[in-house]
Design a protein around this ligand. Structure first.
Ligand code: C5P
Length: 227
């Protein structure tokens, strides 16, 4: 069967990665979480003293970019690839609210984006890929055969993220999670380089009132029509 590129963009916590993983598994495609890459760069900056409270050494991070090596390794039991920073698995660390609260500032730096987009394009160059993010259909794979743009209300998205973090044992409040979701939406949509916008040829899916199963079936139908 013809292998295609599936680009899934949208606001924070719209369930992009959940449906992307389901699709990749079902189709035997590779799943790439591009947000994890920006989170990994942010985590590197935090670990190396380039981000301290609200003090962010942007020049220092740009200088150190060549030292940042991001890779993915498939985890059989989880069924998806986990992200590694310079050979160390950082999948858990990058999901924390401290990383979330800085990642949109790091992702707005053009030099960071250039580096990550190059890697994303390499990871998807033989098609058969489902990639989720903010600029996949507009910048990374503008010729993707299927582009989806996911939305849901900020409250619905914050509740989902809050539930996930609590289940993992993180000490967070709903108010802080909602604030983070809204701040990231604003920063991601208003940055100069590759802002979050719906590609003209993307299909919008508002999943505020959809079950995971309904969403998966709807998207699978779109994939079948495209292949
Ligand atoms: O998808 P996730 O919420 O994990 O992404 C974290 C952050 O990474 C986003 O809020 C955004 O700032 C950045 N990002 C981006 N471009 C992408 C993917 C993520 O700027 N393609």
């Amino acid at each position: 069967m013809n292998k295609i590129t599936i680009a899934i963009d949208g606001f924070s916590s719209t369930g992009k990665s959940t449906v992307a993983k389901q699709l990749a598994k079902h189709l035997g495609y590779v799943y790439v979480d591009s947000g994890a890459m920006y989170r990994a760069v942010t985590f590197y900056a935090m670990q190396n003293g380039l981000i301290n409270k609200d003090d962010f050494n942007v020049e220092g991070l740009i200088y150190q970019l060549p030292k940042i090596n991001i890779s993915f390794t498939f985890n059989e039991s989880l069924g998806f690839a986990e992200v590694y920073l310079n050979g160390i698995n950082i999948e858990k660390e990058i999901r924390k609210l401290e990383v979330s609260s800085f990642v949109s500032k790091v992702a707005a730096i053009p030099e960071v984006r250039q580096q990550q987009v190059k890697l994303q394009q390499k990871l998807g160059d033989s098609k058969g890929v489902v990639m989720d993010g903010r600029d996949i259909g507009t910048v990374v794979f503008p010729k993707a055969e299927l582009k989806l743009f996911m939305t849901a209300s900020a409250e619905t998205r914050a509740q989902r993220r809050y539930d996930e973090l609590i289940e993992r044992g993180d000490d967070v409040t709903f108010k802080d999670v909602l604030k983070n979701v809204q701040e990231r939406d604003y920063l991601d949509s208003n940055r100069k380089d590759s802002p979050l916008i719906k590609a003209d040829d993307a299909i919008e899916i508002d999943n505020s009132n959809m079950s995971l199963e309904e969403q998966f079936n709807k998207i699978l139908q779109l994939v079948t029509m495209t292949i």
